[in-house]
Design a protein around this ligand. Structure first.
Ligand SMILES: [Zn+2]
Ligand SMILES: [Zn+2]
Length: 311
């Protein structure tokens, strides 16, 4: 009986459809389910054994930036908020790229995020720091209760079978990505010995270290961006603008702006609020890959200011 339950939980690592609604209770951490998450942190320690090379660090940085863009510009601004439009194929391709960030599928991600906006910092907000800073950072998604998708919030997304499939087998995507990074390191090490890299070194830096930093930086928006920073708008919650987090996560640190007007494609509302994801989205719109980027209306820019007349 015990073995069967462990086996079922291990199956859940690979196929989310194995989660039964009856299991979906309580806010206790499901330790079997989160073993891969813990192991990913421990594997990062292998960097002391594999050493480093400039190429491994560059690949780690590129891997971080590319996937952070997929999370902020697509998982967040597109799938969660529909801040612009794109084709079905681009939607799917960036859904896959977002899944390599190892933050589950786009439908699961959007469902919990939409719920966050509805109940922001209220009792039903699943990751408000008012329920504990550590909980808001990484407790909420480690419990079985929040493992399933909140389908009532994502009726528009579950219409796409390819996205539903991506969500069901979300963990296979990072596994394929990790193998790609491993083979890349192997290829570079053999073809260009002067780079002093190899498959294992590239895997540790390009996938594991890059992914763990990526995950925690993304989570900072849920945790610290509701605690540290400034508030320009009266949003009825604790959301803050934090320039440091904005730099780390390519724009999403302008979180008080975002809670004030969530459907805006732009989160840094002014030229001095650096928003890398928005600049890249603008570039993509020039090539016709995306279109109808929603601006922030001028009257909303000046409404609900905490200090009247002062931006
Ligand atoms: Zn928030
Ligand atoms: Zn949002």
């Amino acid at each position: 009986m015990f073995l069967r339950s462990v086996f079922t939980k291990i199956l859940i690592w690979f196929d989310n459809s194995n989660v039964k609604v009856a299991d979906n209770v309580g806010e206790t951490i499901d330790w079997v389910r989160v073993i891969p998450f813990i192991l990913m942190h421990l594997v990062c320690l292998l960097l002391f054994f594999v050493g480093w090379s400039p190429i491994a660090l560059w690949v780690a940085l590129a891997s971080y930036l590319m996937r952070m863009f997929a999370i902020t510009a697509f998982y967040h601004r597109y799938f969660s908020h529909k801040a612009y439009k794109t084709s079905r194929i681009t939607q799917f391709l960036f859904g896959v790229l977002g899944a390599t960030a190892t933050q589950r599928g786009p439908i699961w991600w959007a469902s919990h995020h939409r719920r966050h906006h509805i109940y922001s910092d209220k009792e039903k907000d699943i990751h408000s720091p008012r329920h504990g800073l550590l909980w808001s950072h990484m407790g909420w998604f480690l419990c079985l209760k929040n493992f399933t998708t909140q389908e009532q919030y994502v009726g528009d997304l579950v219409k796409f079978p390819e996205l539903v499939l991506l969500d069901r087998f979300d963990s296979l995507i990072p596994i394929i990505y990790a193998f790609f990074i491993l083979f890349l390191g192997q290829y570079l090490g053999q073809t260009y010995p002067e780079l002093h890299t190899n498959g294992l070194q590239m895997l540790i830096w390009g996938y594991f270290v890059s992914t763990i930093v990526l995950i925690h930086c993304t989570l900072l928006v849920n945790s610290l961006a509701h605690v540290l920073g400034t508030q320009r708008y009266e949003t009825g919650d604790d959301s803050r603008n934090n320039w440091f987090i904005a730099l780390l996560v390519m724009g999403e640190g302008w979180h008080n702006n975002h809670h004030h007007y969530p459907v805006s494609a732009r989160q840094g509302f002014f030229w001095w609020e650096i928003d890398m994801s928005y600049y890249l989205l603008r570039a993509m719109s020039l090539f016709g890959i995306i279109w109808d980027l929603k601006p922030i209306p001028v009257n909303r820019l000046h409404s609900n200011l905490i200090k009247k007349g002062q931006l």
